[in-house]
Design a protein around this ligand. Structure first.
Ligand SMILES: [Zn+2]
Length: 324
C-alpha cells in the first residue's frame, strides 16, 4: 500500500502521466546459472504480486494509446515479454492470471512450433558439451577448457557477444553448427505453439509482433527488414483472426539496432505502438513507436520496489546492452 501511494503520487496522471513498461524474456522453473538474468517462477511471482498491488496494469497497446490521449490513470504499468518462450504460456501467464493483470507477448513467428532462436542454441549446446577442450576458433574465439579454465556461463557470454552482430545468415549457421557439435536434436519445446498463442489471447492477454526471424534490423536491407515486420504481423493475424497493432524491435537498442526507417515501416504496416529495449519511463511526449522499458535487476522485493519508485520519480533514458 505504501508503494502504491508513492508510485501513484510520483507518476502523475492525464497529460503529465508516466508509464512504466516492464520487460521480460523467459520465466524459468528454477534459477539457472547459465541464464542468470532471467527470473525463476518464485522470483517472478513476487514481482507480479508487487506490480499488481502497486500499479494499474494495462496491455501495451491500451496503455500507449491512453498515454497519447492524455487519459492514462496514475501509476500505470505494462508487463511485456519478448520472443515467445513457451514458459511464458506455462509459467508466466498463470501467474498474471493469479494476480488478475494482463500481459503483452511479442512473438518472433519463425520459432513458433518447435524451433529455437540462435542464442538459445548457443546456451543449450554449451550446457551439453563435455568438460575439456572446446575449439572455438570457428566462432572467432580462442579455444577454452570447459570445466576448468572457463565456466560455462562465461563461455556462453563470450560466444553470444562474438556472434550477436554477425550477418544474420552467418549467425544462424554458426549457432546451428554448435547445436550439431553438441549432438542436440532438431525439435525443441523452447517456444510457444500457435495454439498457446491463441489461448493466451483468449484469456485477455495482448499479442504483439517481434519480426519473423528476430534479425537486428539495422543490419538488413530495407526491403528485407520490412518483410520481416510484415510477415510476423501477417502470421499472427492468421493465427488470431484480428489485427496486430503492437510491435517490439528485436534487440531493440535505439543506438545500434534500429533507425528511423524502421519506425516508418512499423507505422506504414499499420502498427500503432512499438517498444524498444532502451531503459526508461515513457511520458506523453515519448514517440509511441519508441517506448522504452525498464525492469529492475534486483532480486529482493524491497530493492525491486524501491528502484521502481525511483524510476517513476525521475524519468530517465539509459541505453542497455544486456537484453536480447
Ligand atoms: Zn527479442
Amino acid at each position: 500500500m505504501l508503494w502504491k501511494t508513492a508510485i501513484r503520487h510520483l507518476s502523475g496522471k492525464g497529460k503529465s502521466a508516466k508509464l512504466q513498461v516492464f520487460i521480460f524474456h523467459r520465466v524459468l522453473p528454477e534459477t539457472d546459472e547459465l541464464m542468470a538474468g532471467e527470473p525463476s517462477i518464485k522470483e517472478f511471482d513476487w514481482m507480479v504480486r508487487f506490480i499488481a498491488d502497486a500499479y494499474t496494469v494495462l496491455t501495451f497497446g491500451d496503455a500507449v494509446s491512453r498515454l497519447q490521449s492524455g487519459t492514462l490513470p496514475p501509476g500505470c504499468a505494462c508487463i511485456t515479454f519478448d520472443d515467445g518462450y513457451q514458459n511464458n504460456a506455462t509459467l508466466a501467464a498463470p501467474t498474471l492470471k493469479k494476480y488478475g493483470v494482463p500481459g503483452t507477448f511479442f512473438i518472433a513467428t519463425a520459432y513458433l512450433d518447435r524451433q529455437r532462436m540462435w542464442n538459445d542454441k548457443v546456451i543449450e549446446a554449451v550446457r551439453q558439451m563435455p568438460d575439456g577442450e572446446f575449439d572455438r576458433t570457428p566462432y572467432g574465439l580462442a579455444p577454452c577448457q570447459l570445466g576448468s579454465g572457463v565456466t560455462r556461463a562465461e563461455c556462453i557470454s563470450q560466444l553470444l557477444d562474438a556472434l550477436k552482430y554477425l550477418p544474420h545468415g552467418q549467425r544462424s549457421e554458426l549457432s546451428q553448427s554448435l547445436t550439431n557439435a553438441a549432438g542436440i536434436g532438431e525439435s525443441y519445446d523452447t517456444m510457444m505453439t500457435p495454439i498457446e498463442v491463441r489461448t493466451l489471447r483468449n484469456s485477455g492477454m495482448e499479442i504483439g509482433a517481434h519480426t519473423h526471424t528476430h534479425p537486428i534490423l539495422s543490419g538488413l536491407p530495407d526491403n528485407v527488414a520490412e518483410a520481416e515486420l510484415a510477415r510476423s504481423k501477417d502470421e499472427l493475424e492468421a493465427i488470431l483472426g484480428e489485427p496486430i497493432t503492437s510491435f517490439a524491435y528485436p534487440n531493440g537498442n535505439t543506438s545500434r539496432d534500429l533507425s528511423l526507417q524502421h519506425v516508418a515501416m512499423a507505422k506504414k504496416l499499420g502498427f500503432r505502438a512499438a517498444a524498444t529495449t532502451d531503459w526508461g519511463i515513457a511520458t506523453m511526449h515519448t514517440d509511441p513507436f519508441l517506448i522504452p522499458r525498464f525492469t529492475p535487476w534486483d532480486r529482493t522485493p524491497r530493492r525491486f520496489a524501491l528502484r521502481c519508485a525511483l524510476a517513476m520519480g525521475k524519468p530517465f533514458k539509459l541505453t542497455n546492452d544486456a537484453t536480447a
